[in-house]
Design a protein around this ligand. Structure first.
Ligand SMILES: [Mg+2]
Length: 467
């Protein structure tokens, strides 16, 4: 973060009536109509739509709140007591020594010999989380819980003018301290869209309150570095540098089309609009809602066993795609088309096969792992109609529905579900390896059985639409 004085509005509301008055005076000279127009413009430019709350050094602050003997001391929160692990949070006292999230414990001890290492207690942080959300809710409705220590609130009506929004921001901070605990300090950002409000919350830490109304936006953003923007990590920064973009002003000088080209996706264009303060909903609300894969079976494959192997294969493929997009499924559907004997008077499908169709779906706890999905698929499979007309499946479709992005799943994931966490890690590793070396390199034992069962003509090794 740039350390130069920031033009963003830190809480100094007493300056603002003065500005309003100056604006009023100028306008008065120009006539009443213009005065009204000028004031309306000012109100428009200074109105804010989002308040973003980010707790400071969250895990370490929870520990300092719960254990007063840790207050004022450098604290490092670690997943386990081992020199080889890394800090997952550091108190501000530890940050003063250069200890951060990700610092290896052995290094942290060297940098700050006084550091007190504390084993992470996720239940405690979740408990505080609920109390913080409640405290914020008592001031303004929480629109979205973005992570365990971040919340976004949409402002409406009388909350939107600059002074009112700053006032609300101060009240939010104070309410958290009073109702949850004095160690729980937060940084509040106010802006016209959620993306900028998050940036604003990052501009002053700890215990900040920063507003970015439209009229100061270009100047305020110009002070940031590319890496200060959410979504720009080391890799993207490198890519931007290679394209000749080194500063925020370089980025801000692009037109919308250029921004789109540089990212090679709609993301660049969205970013362009967000950086200009436009308020429209973020990508997470536009995430993909379902993933489906289907396969028409060759005539010799139209047996229940071969069809199951294909269904199994399709769910594996859908699950890989689900994880690669950072999504979680909460519903699974199975569709089967059955070829009927020619003599029967049944509709002819577009595949030229006389057919009857069947489809069913079941709800799931949010998941993205093969094991859960395969078990659910099996339940669906076993519920398909029985009888002579249902012996020749020729079409299989699987669908994952009601998808939820990682961001919204985080809390459940965090909720002490260690088993799920390790399963998630394992699958991520498998996906990486499969992505690199071909799909059958690593697979759960159940999958291997299905692969063996399936006739060789199914191209298990080439999944052209996967990535
Ligand atoms: Mg935070």
């Amino acid at each position: 973060m740039a350390s130069a004085p920031n033009p963003a509005l830190s809480p100094a509301p007493e300056e603002w009536p003065e500005e309003l008055m100056n604006l009023g005076r100028e306008a008065e000279a120009a006539g009443r109509e213009q005065e009204e127009a000028a004031l309306a413009d000012f109100a428009q430019d200074s109105a804010l739509n989002w308040l973003f709350v980010d707790l400071n050094s969250y895990f370490a602050s929870c520990e300092q709140e719960a254990r007063p003997e840790l207050r004022g001391r450098p604290v490092g929160v670690v997943p386990m007591m081992a020199d080889t692990t890394c800090c997952i949070a550091a108190s501000y006292e530890a940050k003063a020594f250069g200890v951060r999230t990700g610092t290896i414990v052995a290094d942290a001890k060297r940098m700050c010999p006084e550091i007190v290492l504390v084993e992470a207690r996720h239940e405690l942080y979740i408990d505080f989380h609920h109390r913080i959300v409640e405290a914020v809710e008592s001031c303004v409705p929480v629109t979205a819980v973005c992570s365990i220590d971040e919340m976004a609130c949409r402002l409406i009506g009388r909350e939107r003018p600059l002074l009112a929004a700053i006032d609300l921001g101060m009240r939010v901070k104070q309410t958290i301290r009073e109702h949850v605990g004095p160690m729980l300090r937060s940084s509040v950002g106010l802006a016209t869209n959620r993306y900028l409000a998050k940036i604003a919350s990052d501009m002053e830490k700890p215990d900040g309150l920063v507003a970015l109304p439209l009229d100061i936006l270009p100047e305020a953003l110009g002070q940031l570095t590319l890496r200060d923007l959410p979504g720009i990590g080391a890799r993207t920064e490198k890519r931007l540098n290679e394209k000749g973009l080194h500063t925020m002003n370089d980025l801000l000088a692009l037109d919308c089309e250029q921004a789109g080209e540089i990212w090679g996706s709609v993301w660049g264009q969205r970013l362009w609009h967000w950086l200009r303060g436009e308020d429209f909903e973020m990508a997470e609300l536009e995430h993909q809602k379902s993933i489906s894969h289907s396969h028409v079976l060759a005539p010799e494959m139209r047996t229940p066993d071969a069809a199951w192997a294909v269904a199994h294969k399709l769910i594996h493929k859908a699950a890989m795609r689900l994880r690669s997009k950072g999504l979680w499924a909460s519903n699974i559907g199975l569709a089967i088309g059955f070829a009927a004997p020619r003599s029967e008077n049944t509709p002819v499908s577009r595949f030229g096969v006389p057919a009857r169709g069947w489809r069913s779906e079941i709800k799931l706890h949010e998941c993205q792992d093969n094991q859960t999905l395969i078990a659910a698929l099996r339940r669906l499979w076993d519920s398909q109609p029985k009888g002579a007309q249902y012996q020749h499946p020729y079409f299989i479709g699987v669908q994952l529905n009601n998808l939820i992005p990682d961001r919204l799943h985080t809390l459940a994931l965090f909720d002490g579900l260690e088993e799920e966490q390790s399963r998630t890690r394992l699958l991520a590793t498998m996906d990486q390896i499969n992505d690199k070396y071909g799909m059958s390199t690593l697979a759960p034992a159940a999958m291997l059985t299905a692969w063996k069962a399936a006739p060789t003509r199914i191209a298990f090794h080439s999944i052209p639409d996967l990535f």
